[in-house]
Design a protein around this ligand. Structure first.
Ligand code: UD1
Length: 369
């Protein structure tokens, strides 16, 4: 049996860990311990995803909650170490690029436990992004690196990572999307919100660089004021964004837009249904750039850079600079094309990435013993 601790902590981790846990079970030969760090804790940021995706209840929840980067990272490390000591795993597996990823990764390697990083190699080349630091550090200490797109392989090789450790397997988050696409069609979210297919855009914003900065957030809101005259905007608000602006001028401006539907964060299936039937998505999320590529929906990414370039070169994504003018000019271009943009499915985004991960870990382990 391969003893492996699987770590998740924040919302985008849950749809990545789910297919991996299922693939381990299907493959056989794995004894898993699922650890939730508690980085995200609101019901609709965490529990809802476990219920909808039928992810097994975490064996352990470290319940770290929110805090500054240092406090959150340190608290995860402190609470994760005794868990790892007690379980004595052969591997710790982390996904994505959140604080839980690097915190548990560091604990593992300092205990001499081999580290696996799923979604390795992505680089925005912007070190002001907390996630970029998490990615660089996690990759540099990992023993097995599973990559979603060719750029990831190139980045890791350039950084001097031994190619034997790198495996281009595809995208586990897309495994989850493909497995749930049919189910999402049964969501009642469109009728609940009185939406017509292709007659609205979906908005998500949570990057500190966008939503913590009043000037930039103000530019984005000015653009939304114009766009919503034309197209309804559906905006499930991340707690960071809501907490920043509630009761303040910018929050009031957002709330006063008559053709914007503001929602609390919603579940995976409802969100997938919303995206799949939208005319357009405006976002600063990483994962949504990939999901819109698979769904064939135009995505305006409100960022200067992306760590997922294949969504632009092959998919339906475009980067948009953070000025009202740029956002509106991209919007008008897309509108004149009826929001259509052509794209193709990137290599290995075929629903089988997690199976490849399980097989490669199994084979690698077999060679060690
Ligand atoms: C984190 C990740 C980011 C990921 C995002 C997805 C890091 C550095 N960032 O950002 O990469 O894209 O998750 O959502 O790990 N809060 C709640 N309820 C919750 C969780 C958070 O109200 O369940 C609020 C708190 O005010 C908290 C703030 O959101 O301080 C930010 O949460 P945090 O986990 O620190 O970072 P995110 O912005 O969610």
């Amino acid at each position: 049996m391969i003893k492996i601790i699987c770590v998740c902590g924040a919302r985008p981790n849950f749809m990545k860990i789910d297919p991996i846990m299922k693939a381990f079970q299907k493959h056989g030969g794995f004894e898993t311990l699922l650890v939730h760090t508690g980085q995200h804790y609101d019901e609709n940021m965490s529990k809802l995803f476990f219920e909808e995706l039928h992810i097994p209840k975490p064996d352990i929840n470290l319940e770290v909650g929110s805090g500054s980067h240092a406090v959150q990272t340190a608290e995860i490390m402190k609470r994760f170490e005794p868990v790892a000591l007690n379980f004595k795993p052969d591997y710790v597996l982390v996904v994505g690029d959140v604080n839980s990823t690097i915190a548990c990764g560091l604990v593992a390697v300092k205990l001499g436990v081999k580290l696996i990083h799923v979604e390795a190699g992505l680089r925005s080349f912007d070190r002001t992004m907390p996630e970029e630091i998490n990615r660089l550090l996690t990759d540099s200490i990992s023993d097995l690196l599973f990559v979603t797109e060719q750029s990831g392989v190139n980045n890791l090789i350039r950084e001097g990572i031994n190619s034997d450790k790198i495996h281009f397997v595809g995208n586990v988050m897309i495994d989850t999307l493909l497995a749930n696409r049919k189910k999402a069609e049964c969501s009642l979210i469109l009728s609940k919100l009185n939406l017509e297919k292709k007659k609205y855009a979906v908005v998500t914003l949570h990057r500190p660089s966008n939503v913590d900065n009043p000037q930039i957030f103000g530019q984005i809101l000015s653009a939304f004021e114009e766009i919503q005259k034309d197209l309804k905007l559906v905006f499930p608000i991340h707690p960071r964004t809501r907490n920043n602006w509630k009761g303040k001028d910018l929050g009031n401006r957002l709330e006063s837009m008559t053709n914007v539907i503001l929602l609390d964060p919603i579940g995976y299936l409802d969100f997938l249904c919303l995206m799949a039937n939208s005319a357009l998505v405006l976002t600063d999320s990483g994962g949504i750039q990939e999901e819109t590529t698979i769904l064939g929906i135009s995505c305006m990414t409100l960022r200067e850079n992306t760590e997922r370039p294949v969504t632009i070169t092959e998919g339906t994504n475009q980067l948009v600079r953070l000025t009202c003018e740029d956002i509106l000019s991209h919007y008008r271009d897309l509108k004149s094309n009826r929001y259509n943009i052509s794209g193709k499915i990137p290599r290995f985004w075929d629903g089988k990435a997690a199976d490849r991960v399980a097989e490669i870990i199994h084979n690698t382990y077999s060679k060690l013993i």
